[in-house]
Design a protein around this ligand. Structure first.
Ligand SMILES: [Zn+2]
Length: 749
């Protein structure tokens, strides 16, 4: 028997929430077993504390961009020098409390009297120094300036003089802009990037006082270039691992070169570029995270093809995986993004605000933008109040929005190379295959109210991943030998893993392995090639119909011998005491034939290992993606049960209440911040938010590190303080109502 205090010390400071709350009398005694039983009986997660608080960073040594909290941009058009009211423009962003504004230098059209050859002056420039006037207006109001360039397109005169600058098709013809075929696409391997872009940067540095340089339109977002110019035709074929390597080398060579040019005038200046594409980002994010002084995520709104409301939050998790607390901003569009675009028209305010909410909640800095300035500041000016009100709301709370680090204890491995290069079992749909996989695990984690991080495949070092109770590998097909070793070591040192389908079946060069790279650690062996579906997908037979002794991953399933499998699966060699076995698929039409020719096999449909602190679960099917494609509640329950089993349902933050929410939990300088995004809406998976469906009470419980005491809990959206209780290390409070977003800002002493 242990008394409570002893348990807190010896039990690695692990304490079930309900037991902690119900039995906090210091005189009470509690056996570890009783604690566990109480947790299971009440189905409550076990609270565990976050790591000890970080040593504060001296603000004096912090790079200036780390203090940027609001970014503004009126994306300038060729016509703006004729119509934009510069004072009104600068007043707007200043009144919105923007710390920095993007101003167009460009590269397609010069917004100043550039002397760089082929830097064509805009039609309405008339010799005016429009860029310089904007810089002066911003400076007068103490706003910093990003010099914005676009190196992706240029005009026929440049092409005539430099045919080698163009991207080429397979037949040798020039790749033109899809929307304005006067413009050709420039090749990033050509001297356009070595000569023309640096010439503009140096000219701007010689004429103006700007804080940093930025390129729009390069590197490409979410895909790799496919160019057949003289240089590119000597490179490996686009889309292959070897091409990706050459692409990355070129991106980082240019990035470093541009960064050095930016610093020629001011050592605290830097270069950064437009990024995004979330887990499918073009440049290698591990390398980029080490290099980039500013991660600029371009995630402006959702599309018909990518309709999930959490697109921006997902991007924030990607940034957090590679930045180690460095600066990230996300550009959200005030304009009408989507399958049909109205680039000069405002979007639904509820949708625009949710994208800003997600930016903040996921740890990025909001960057609000609209295009053009017809009629002063635009024909449609409704976007202005939405953004200014939002920015002004954030300003008094900057300390709470600035994150130190996430305190999630589940890591989802993001296989960037798998996302970009892996063809999937159905190569015709390779691009969407991994997207659907990611969305499946994301949706499942949100519905289970798990706090989680993304973990980059190249950052699986023990020091980094030891903070996670479990790592999830949703079909991370490509893993190098080193990555497999790192994951095996993680399991051997007590970490847990859930993996699916072809995880580890390929190395980093997309060469197939004879057996899974994680075969030993997951206790699995390959028994053939992937099997798809013809009509009825396969089923998973419950091998232990005796409900009293069922495995915990089967909690809540009754009155059935079968569960749905997945669309595709890897055949496995038999294992001892399988919990689920495969009932192979068969036709679903005609119904006369819709019965299983082989109703019982010894092929595992899940493989579970329980060894010391570590638990592993492997699903041979593409379960996350199958869940995303169907919404099947059994697959969701199976995923939730399995994640709870491998993590022993240990959570740092638990939020109880009704509704579909996304949770972020951060350590901040004042203390902690728990962000709740309310997606409970018919518009969460289609279109834009039309309105908000507020949620009722959400009870937040979290465990604090020893010696940390809470001073206050403020609800930043409601503008109120929440009553809280702190008993021992367990903090609890209730958020009475969540409209679209609430932030519980916890100040500690
Ligand atoms: Zn090329």
């Amino acid at each position: 028997m242990l008394n409570r205090r002893a348990f807190l010390k010896t039990g690695a400071a692990v304490i079930p929430m309900t037991a902690a709350l119900n039995a906090l009398d210091p005189a009470s005694t509690l056996s570890a077993e009783e604690v566990a039983v109480a947790a299971v009986r009440e189905h409550a997660p076990t609270l565990v504390p976050p790591p000890p608080r970080m040593t504060p960073i001296d603000p004096a040594t912090e790079p200036w961009q780390q203090r940027v909290r609001r970014v503004g941009q009126s994306n300038m058009t060729e016509h703006d020098p004729a119509v934009m009211n510069i004072e009104e423009w600068a007043d707007y962003w200043h009144s919105a409390r923007a710390d920095i504004v993007f101003i167009s230098v460009t590269g397609i059209l010069a917004f100043y009297p550039s002397k760089v050859k082929f830097h064509r002056h805009g039609k309405f420039l008339n010799g005016r120094d429009f860029f310089g006037e904007c810089v002066a207006a911003a400076r007068k109001r103490n706003m910093r300036v990003v010099a914005r360039m676009s190196p992706d397109l240029n005009w026929p005169d440049a092409l005539a003089a430099h045919p080698e600058w163009a991207m080429r098709k397979k037949d040798g013809s020039v790749q033109l802009s899809e929307q304005d075929p006067h413009l050709f696409k420039t090749c990033m391997f050509s001297t356009y990037m070595d000569d023309y872009v640096p010439a503009i940067m140096r000219e701007v540095n010689s004429l103006y006082d700007v804080d940093c340089f930025y390129t729009n339109g390069w590197p490409p977002i979410g895909s790799l270039p496919d160019c057949h110019c003289a240089i590119c035709s000597k490179l490996p074929a686009s889309g292959t691992p070897a091409y990706w390597s050459a692409f990355n080398d070129r991106v980082f060579t240019l990035w470093q070169k541009y960064d050095a040019i930016a610093k020629e005038k001011k050592p605290d200046s830097f270069f950064f570029a437009n990024l995004g594409g979330n887990v499918r980002c073009g440049p290698n994010l591990d390398r980029l995270g080490k290099l980039a002084a500013w991660f600029q995520a371009d995630n402006q709104g959702r599309t018909y093809a990518d309709p999930a409301v959490w697109g921006c939050s997902l991007q924030g998790r990607v940034c957090n995986a590679v930045l180690d607390g460095k600066f990230a901003a996300n550009v959200t569009a005030a304009y009408s993004t989507g399958a049909i675009t109205w680039r000069n028209g405002s979007k639904n305010p509820a949708e625009a605000r949710m994208w800003l909410n997600e930016t903040l909640a996921s740890g990025m800095t909001p960057y609000y933008h609209f295009i053009g300035s017809e009629d002063g500041l635009g024909e449609d000016r409704r976007w202005q109040k939405v953004g200014a009100d939002y920015f002004r709301w954030t300003a008094p709370h900057d300390a709470h929005f600035k994150t130190r680090r996430s305190i999630a204890n589940i890591g989802v491995v993001m296989g960037q190379s798998t996302q970009l290069l892996y063809p999937g079992p159905d190569t015709a749909r390779s691009r969407t295959y991994m997207h659907e996989t990611t969305q499946g695990i994301y949706d499942a984690l949100l519905r289970g109210r798990f706090a989680f991080d993304f973990v980059h495949e190249d950052r699986l070092d023990a020091e980094r991943i030891s903070k996670y109770r479990a790592l999830l590998l949703p079909n991370i097909a490509m893993l190098s030998d080193r990555q497999c070793r790192q994951l095996s070591d993680y399991v051997r040192s007590g970490g847990s893993i859930m993996a699916s389908f072809q995880t580890g079946l390929y190395d980093e060069n997309l060469s197939a392995r004879a057996d899974f790279g994680l075969a030993d650690v997951l206790g699995i062996n390959r028994a053939g090639d992937p099997i798809g579906t013809n009509g009825n997908a396969y089923y998973a037979r419950i091998e232990d119909p005796d409900q009293a002794h069922r495995h915990p991953i089967l909690d809540g399933f009754s009155n059935t011998n079968w569960l749905p499998g997945a669309q595709n699966r890897m055949p496995l060699k038999p294992v001892q005491n399988p919990v689920l076995t495969v009932v192979p698929g068969f036709v679903q039409y005609p119904p006369e034939l819709a019965y299983p020719p082989t109703p019982h096999t010894d092929v595992p449909a899940v493989v579970l290992l329980d060894s010391g602190a570590s638990r592993t679960a492997y699903f041979p099917g593409d379960i996350e993606r199958s869940y995303w494609l169907t919404g099947h509640g059994d697959l969701l329950r199976l995923l939730h049960n399995t994640i709870q089993w491998i993590t022993r349902d240990e959570r740092i933050v638990h939020v109880a209440g009704e509704g579909f929410i996304e949770i972020f939990a951060w350590e901040t300088s004042p203390g902690y911040a728990v962000h709740l995004l309310n997606y409970t809406s018919p518009d969460a998976q289609h279109g834009w938010l039309q309105s908000i469906f507020p949620l009722g009470p959400q009870t937040v419980s979290m465990m604090l590190p020893q010696g940390v005491n809470v001073k206050s809990v403020e609800l930043l959206h409601a503008g109120t303080r929440a009553a809280f209780s702190q008993e021992s290390q367990v903090l609890q409070f209730t958020v009475p109502r969540v409209e679209d977003y609430e932030v519980a800002a916890i100040t500690v002493r």
